[in-house]
Design a protein around this ligand. Structure first.
Ligand code: SF4
Ligand code: SF3
Length: 545
């Protein structure tokens, strides 16, 4: 096992990466199978590119690859049987395309994994096959390995967002082909540092296109978000909790529970769902329960109803004894939990009806969300006017993933210490560290604006670009600073997008990715003025002068 893809990886003088068992709970077996799955979809992608060049239809591969790739992200799928099934499906699709290529007279792709095969292999055989494609191959220079991993992990994040868009019916064959082409290329394990850096930036650009597709998918299906005060406390009655990022699953659950006397709550990254017109119109979408993923084991244990995990992040349900009432969807998996393979949520509904639900109303508390792209763009003139009148000094984007590390209290303290004449945007699950209170107004605008999920970084980027256009300057000349918290690979994809767009002076924490070597960090620091967070006081002083 070697996994170093997330912020909670093991990184000590003696151990580089999770090598015995993941801090997330991932077993060596699952980790190795995920490496093998990545290799198999690299092989599949190489064949898909050859088949596409020969004029074949590669839709099946284009649809399968993002979903299977997504299953290897942090806190998504811990079930070795499900990962094995994906490996076998990938191989079958690859063989289908190989036959198509042969029939069309196309030559076999010149790719080291073109002939990767796992047919007939038992668990031990799969383990051996996984070891042959491990990500920390022997004899590879540390900087090269770091760049290879930067590309792989960034592309994983982009694939996850592509899958989110595809679920809502928004696809783009060129983008899918670019993703597969890049994945096949990563599988070649280039040792050319300049080429790998170029690939990383091209992944960032690709991810920007994908985030645009996803925003279009969300707003076409559910309308443009507008500000909402969301109840953050329980309402008496039967209850279902929906977590992850998938708005479509939430919508299906709302439709199937309508009139059944069940209240539906969002959790984690689904809080922004309350801002979409086509979701908030359901009266039994009563509120948001709990906070970010790392508090799941206590919050889910206390929830008096079933829980649906639509995407990341899932944690081990066994310590909290709720494995019998957590349901996984799509690429999510935990061994022993019920996986819902169809859009029929009857088992969830039956369990909700059989359980007590909340026995009393909790005192009402609310959180706000819903400052999506349309609302932000509409506020651009006001923001510039306030800056011109010196009523608004600076805009901060304090956003990204949450995590368990205690040093993440930096973000809570940072937001509290931002001066009153500054505006703060936030997004993703890191906001739970500070979104429970009000920060007042600046020039009539709430000082803390929740833009949405991690992928809604697209809205924040669009605002920055619009402000720069209107002000006649570059994004880096705006009184704007990004203070990001990262945890998993979607955040790596977004970071690459920001770097590819030329955004400089980003603060990132709580630590830098362990797969980046000191040399790579120096490169990013000198090219992009990237900062690791220090203390809120020091960073605010440096930013605001
Ligand atoms: Fe370790 Fe993170 Fe990989 Fe889990 S996902 S095994 S915690 S690096
Ligand atoms: Fe959070 Fe898992 Fe990244 Fe979409 S839910 S941001 S960590």
């Amino acid at each position: 096992m070697f996994c170093i893809q997330c912020e909670q990886t093991i990184n000590t003088p003696d151990l580089h990466g999770c090598v015995f068992r993941g801090n997330c709970g991932k077993t060596p077996e699952t980790s190795d199978l995920q490496d093998l799955l990545v290799a198999m979809i690299e092989s599949l992608s190489a064949w898909a590119m050859t088949a596409k060049a020969a004029g074949a239809d590669v839709t099946k591969a284009a649809v399968f690859v993002p979903k299977a790739f997504f299953s290897t992200l942090t806190n998504v799928n811990f079930d070795p049987a499900r990962i094995t099934a994906y490996i076998r499906e990938a191989e079958a699709l690859r063989d289908e395309l190989a036959a198509t290529c042969a029939a069309a007279g196309a030559a076999k792709p010149d790719h080291p994994l073109a002939d990767l095969t796992v047919k007939g292999l038992c668990a031990k055989g799969l383990d051996d096959a996984a070891k042959a494609v491990k990500l920390n191959a022997d004899g590879v220079d540390a900087d090269i390995e770091g760049l290879q991993l930067l590309c792989l992990y960034g592309l994983k994040g982009a694939a996850a967002y592509l899958e989110h868009a595809a679920v809502l019916g928004v696809r783009n064959e060129d983008v899918e082909a670019k993703l597969m082409e890049t994945l096949a290329d990563i599988g070649r394990r280039s040792n050319d540092a300049a080429k790998l850096l170029d690939t990383a930036l091209s992944i960032g650009r690709l991810n920007f296109e994908i985030m645009e597709m996803l925003e279009r998918a969300n707003t076409t299906a559910y309308g443009h978000p507008f500000p909402a005060q969301v109840r953050a406390s329980a309402v008496k009655g039967k209850a279902i909790l929906v977590s992850g990022h998938d708005l479509r699953d939430l919508r299906l659950i709302l439709e199937q529970t309508e009139g059944k006397g069940i209240n539906v709550y969002t959790n984690g990254e689904l809080l922004p769902a309350h801002a979409y017109p086509e979701l908030r119109r359901f009266k039994h979408l009563v509120g948001n329960y709990g906070s970010a993923w790392h508090n799941q084991q206590t919050e889910f244990a206390a929830f008096p109803g079933p829980i649906v995990m639509t995407t990341n992040c899932i944690l081990d349900p066994n310590p909290g004894k709720y494995a019998d009432r957590i349901y996984t969807r799509s690429m999510v998996g935990w061994p022993g939990c019920t996986h819902l393979a169809t859009d029929d949520f009857s088992p969830v509904i039956e369990q909700a009806l059989a359980m007590p639900g909340f026995t009393a109303d909790e005192p009402e508390r609310t959180v706000s969300t819903g400052f999506g792209r349309q609302i932000l763009e509409g506020a651009a003139d006001t923001v510039l006017k306030l800056v011109g009148e010196k009523k608004l000094r600076h805009v901060f984007l304090v956003g990204g993933c949450d995590g368990a590390r205690s040093s993440r209290s930096y973000y809570t303290e940072f937001v509290e210490k931002v001066p009153a004449d500054c505006l703060m945007l936030t997004l993703a699950c890191g906001k739970y560290r500070f979104n429970g209170k009000s920060y007042g107004n600046v020039g009539g605008l709430p000082r803390l604006l929740d833009v949405g999920q991690c992928n809604d970084a697209y809205a924040a980027i669009r605002l920055a670009v619009l402000l720069a256009e209107k002000a006649g300057c570059g994004v880096n000349d705006l009184p704007l600073t990004l203070v990001l918290s990262w945890f998993e690979q979607k955040a790596i994809a977004i970071l690459l997008t920001l770097l590819a767009l030329g955004v400089k002076g980003i603060y990132i924490g709580p630590t830098l990715p362990a797969f980046l070597t000191p040399n790579l960090i120096n490169t990013l620091v000198s090219a992009y003025d990237l900062h690791v967070i220090s203390t809120p006081d020091e960073d605010l002083k440096a930013i605001l002068g």
